[in-house]
Design a protein around this ligand. Structure first.
Ligand SMILES: [Zn+2]
Length: 331
């Protein structure tokens, strides 16, 4: 390992005055948690488990685990692009994760490219011959459409315009869905899905996706593949997409108290082809008995729609007024 202290850090990260300690690990730049903590007003990292380090202060916190991509930031689960590594007696995170996940999570109001919107394009996942996942209560395609209709009412009563990619049980190509948002000026795109894991019925909870940083692997993939280096439309707004996803996950787990599966990254067609801010929400597992019963309950879907609407409105305040979004514990 070769240690370099960079004082001209704006060159490295386009931010900050502090001196980051940068180390090369497997040809990738990493920074020590200890060296970035003061910039965010966080205290010195402390060991909080066999491989865990936590840095907190001023009501904010970040926790990483050596060898793991899982991190907790302000109480919400995140999935880093690369595992945290040991270094300088503590933990290091990759430069990509600092600039693309930790920084926008801790300083959302500083994210470049946030802009006002007046239309929300709602995408009910699946439809027609594509049933999506299923529980004993019904198909994903029906639950997503019902959720979108409830969400539409809530957004419209908050003064937003809503466009739906489908409003009936019809099949729509994946590629056609983000195109609806791309031709709708001043819009954001929110795709609604429910999850399945037939091999693991215990899997439950909610996760929110945005596109991975360019050159970084999706959450479910260990190594960087050639396709991960291909720029897509969605990469132009990648930090904005992440910020929308993070704001949403805080609202969902804060308001609903469900299992927090985290803010994840995936190269889904609907995310990579979107030229507007775009996220995809998996609102629970149809293969989990508890989640499936909740999702089948219209009253729960109404609460869920209310939570998504709250997340969208919180993001709107951030994008238009620079108001820091509420954290999980504040909902
Ligand atoms: Zn789905």
């Amino acid at each position: 390992m070769r240690w370099v202290v960079l004082s001209a850090c704006f060159f490295v990260l386009h931010m900050a005055r502090a001196e980051w300690q940068v180390v090369q690990i497997d040809g990738r730049d990493y920074v020590t948690l200890a060296s970035i903590a003061p910039f965010y007003g966080l205290g010195a990292p402390a060991a909080t488990g066999p491989k865990k380090f936590t840095s907190s202060g001023g009501g904010r916190s970040i926790q990483v685990e050596l060898g793991s991509r899982e991190a907790m930031i302000d109480g919400v689960r995140h999935w880093l692009s690369f595992p945290a590594r040991p270094g300088d007696g503590g933990a290091c995170i990759s430069r990509v994760d600092l600039s693309r996940t930790v920084d926008p999570a801790l300083r959302p109001e500083k994210v470049a490219g946030l802009r006002a919107f007046r239309t929300v394009v709602l995408d009910a996942g699946h439809g027609g011959h594509d049933n999506g996942a299923a529980s004993r209560f019904g198909y994903e395609k029906a639950f997503t459409l019902d959720t979108v209709r409830r969400l539409r009412k809530r957004l419209e009563s908050a003064g937003l315009r809503v466009v739906q990619t489908r409003n009936s049980d019809t099949f729509i190509d994946l590629e056609a869905r983000p195109r609806v948002a791309n031709k709708t000026p001043a819009s954001i795109f929110v795709s609604i899905h429910y999850n399945c894991a037939d091999w693991k019925p215990s899997a439950n909870g909610i996760e929110t996706y945005s596109i991975p940083p360019l050159g970084a692997p999706p959450t479910g993939q260990d190594n960087v593949m050639a396709r991960d280096r291909l720029p897509e439309l969605g990469h132009a707004l990648e930090p904005v997409n992440f910020t929308l996803a993070n704001t949403m996950q805080h609202a969902l787990v804060g308001k609903l108290g469900v299992e927090d599966r985290g803010v994840k990254r995936a190269r889904y067609v609907v995310l990579k082809d979107a030229a507007t801010p775009a996220i995809l929400i998996e609102g629970g597992f149809l293969t989990n008995p508890g989640d499936a019963a909740r999702i089948a309950n219209p009253a729960w879907r109404e609460s869920y729609a209310a939570a998504i609407a709250a997340g969208i409105l919180e993001y709107k305040k951030l994008a238009e007024q620079g108001t820091k979004p509420r954290e999980k514990k504040e909902w």
